[in-house]
Design a protein around this ligand. Structure first.
Ligand SMILES: *[C@@H]1O[C@H](CO)[C@@H](O)[C@H](O)[C@H]1NC(C)=O
Ligand SMILES: *[C@@H]1O[C@H](CO)[C@@H](O)[C@H](O)[C@H]1NC(C)=O
Ligand SMILES: *[C@@H]1O[C@H](CO)[C@@H](O)[C@H](O)[C@H]1NC(C)=O
Ligand SMILES: *[C@@H]1O[C@H](CO)[C@@H](O)[C@H](O)[C@H]1NC(C)=O
Ligand SMILES: *[C@@H]1O[C@H](CO)[C@@H](O)[C@H](O)[C@H]1NC(C)=O
Ligand SMILES: *[C@@H]1O[C@H](CO)[C@@H](O)[C@H](O)[C@H]1NC(C)=O
Length: 438
């Protein structure tokens, strides 16, 4: 197995990549051959190796997981590549983050910390991990609770945000530089994603330890195209929510961070992820956007009609966003893509004009409500149940909680406001069952 042609080929890929480590894409797909190479070498404990290279080095990680192994000199080839992915820029808050095929960004330190706990549990290893801290769940402690507690303390002292922001890569095909969309907290989105994935994959590994290269490839949907549907990673918020009630996180937190647990669940678990404009490659807005005055009273449901096929991957949805924006700006002569938000069939919402700016979606009503468009032609068929739930059970309740939509909002199909068949007979029938439909 170790000497199969495939393993040799991988090693060659890794070795040739080494000379260009600086250009290795910061993408999950870069991680897989490195893991395979380490596994082929029989590296016993890859997560603790990650810590020795500067992964989770906090006091809690150190106490619960023990000393990481010493770093050998010179550093073996695959280790050097791993170290490069962990430290693209050691001074930046977003260091050690990779782009996943679903368009989300994942910090490696909390991810591997969760994986380490899972593997130690599977091996039935006792020791510091579960012993003296029986009341503290090691899996949550190393992934999220310490970071949350610290972040909220710092935020309180400094008067800054405790969670977020999201960020964007310079190039989604060859991601090198990641830029946050605002001032950094100690828990930017990438860290939250890495923490949720660490908990989910650690739980999975504790029951059934499989090689990390296999687990990551499946979970993030590397190389499986769009044939097998959404990668598991695009469901991380839902799956994390199913595993973790808010009370569970609160139990894990000291009093100071009780609010942190609640806010984390509200921001990351009860709200759907929205892909920001810079990630789908938006052109700038033309002219000066007009501000809305939230909370607004209405939400209008559309289908795009063209593109007529639902988009089922980040790549396809981002392409559709760009083509709709081109059409709206160049052909229709609008300032920007018309919709406030667009719904993919890949598990994600895409930011159009967003919560703050007047859109061009529902003539005569653009200042009164948000326009949400499903990519596809839903005249005769419905979006997937999960894409329906994304708006009905995710976006809308979240918008009400966040103060963008009135508590007593009304929901309409585009055709009720304007002479059009939009959002299609099938989807229009469906939304009549949604809360707020008038
Ligand atoms: C590293 O990140 C810091 C802080 O974001 C930034 O000021 C610096 O220019 C970055 N350096 C490189 C080489 O990207
Ligand atoms: C909080 O403020 C202190 C002092 O102004 C600063 O040194 C520190 O970096 C800040 N922490 C964060 C996370 O912004
Ligand atoms: C990343 O950003 C740094 C600092 O802004 C810059 O020096 C470097 O050339 C960028 N790298 C790429 C591949 O764009
Ligand atoms: C939309 O779907 C309807 C019903 O299947 C079909 O008649 C129509 O041609 C489709 N339009 C486009 C643009 O795909
Ligand atoms: C919704 O509630 C707001 C106050 O929260 C009120 O001003 C508004 O008239 C209500 N709208 C409807 C349609 O009932
Ligand atoms: C609505 O549009 C259709 C076709 O575009 C047209 O035949 C019809 O007269 C319009 N109805 C009204 C009330 O404008």
């Amino acid at each position: 197995m170790c000497c199969s042609a495939a393993a040799v080929l991988l090693l060659l890929v890794v070795l040739s990549a080494r000379t260009q480590a600086a250009l290795l894409p910061h993408h999950i797909s870069s991680l897989i051959p490195i893991l395979q190479s380490l596994e082929a070498d029989g590296t016993p404990d890859i997560p603790s190796l990650v810590r020795s290279l500067g992964g989770c080095g906090t006091p809690v990680c150190h106490t619960l997981l023990g000393d990481p192994p010493p770093t050998p000199t010179p550093i073996p080839e695959p280790w050097a590549l791993l170290a490069h992915l962990l430290h693209p820029n050691a001074t930046a808050a977003e260091r050690g983050a990779l782009l996943a095929p679903d368009g989300s960004t994942v910090a490696l330190a909390p991810l591997f910390a969760g994986v380490e706990v899972g593997l130690k549990r599977a091996a039935g290893r006792s020791g510091p991990i579960d012993q003296p801290y029986a009341s503290l769940d090691a899996l949550y402690a190393v992934t999220i609770t310490e970071a949350l507690g610290t972040s909220f303390l710092v935020a309180r002292v400094n008067g800054t945000a405790a969670l977020g922001p999201d960020g964007c890569w310079d190039d989604v095909d060859n991601p090198q530089n990641f830029t946050l969309l605002g001032p950094p907290s100690l828990v930017p989105h990438a860290v939250a994603n890495g923490a949720m994935d660490g908990v989910l994959l650690g739980t999975r590994l504790a029951e059934d330890p499989i090689p990390l290269s296999v687990l990551f490839r499946r979970y993030y949907g590397v190389d499986n195209g769009i044939a097998r549907g959404w990668p598991h990673s695009s469901r991380r918020r839902r799956d994390f929510g199913a595993l973790t009630a808010v009370g569970k996180l609160e139990e894990e937190e000291a009093d100071i961070a009780r609010r942190a647990a609640r806010e984390f669940m509200e921001v990351y678990v009860e709200c759907p992820a929205i892909i920001p404009r810079c990630m789908w490659g938006a052109r700038p807005y033309r002219g000066t956007p007009r501000p809305l005055s939230p909370p607004l009273g209405s939400i209008y449901i559309h289908h795009t009609f063209v593109p007529s096929a639902p988009c089922r991957s980040f790549t396809a949805c981002a392409r559709d966003m760009r083509s709709m924006q081109r059409f709206h700006q160049d052909t229709r002569g609008w300032d920007d893509i018309g919709y406030s938000f667009v719904v993919g069939s890949d598990g994600y919402l895409y930011q159009g004009r967003g919560w703050r700016w007047v859109g061009a979606h529902t003539r005569g009503h653009n200042t009164k409500g948000y326009g949400v468009g499903y990519v596809g032609n839903f005249s005769a068929s419905l979006p997937d149940p999960e894409a329906i739930a994304l708006v009905r059970d995710g976006l809308i309740p979240c918008a009400v909680r966040a103060g963008w939509l009135h508590q007593n909002y009304t929901l309409h199909g585009h055709r009720q406001m304007v002479n059009t068949s939009c959002p299609g007979d099938a989807l229009f029938q469906e939304i009549q069952t949604w809360h707020g439909f008038k």
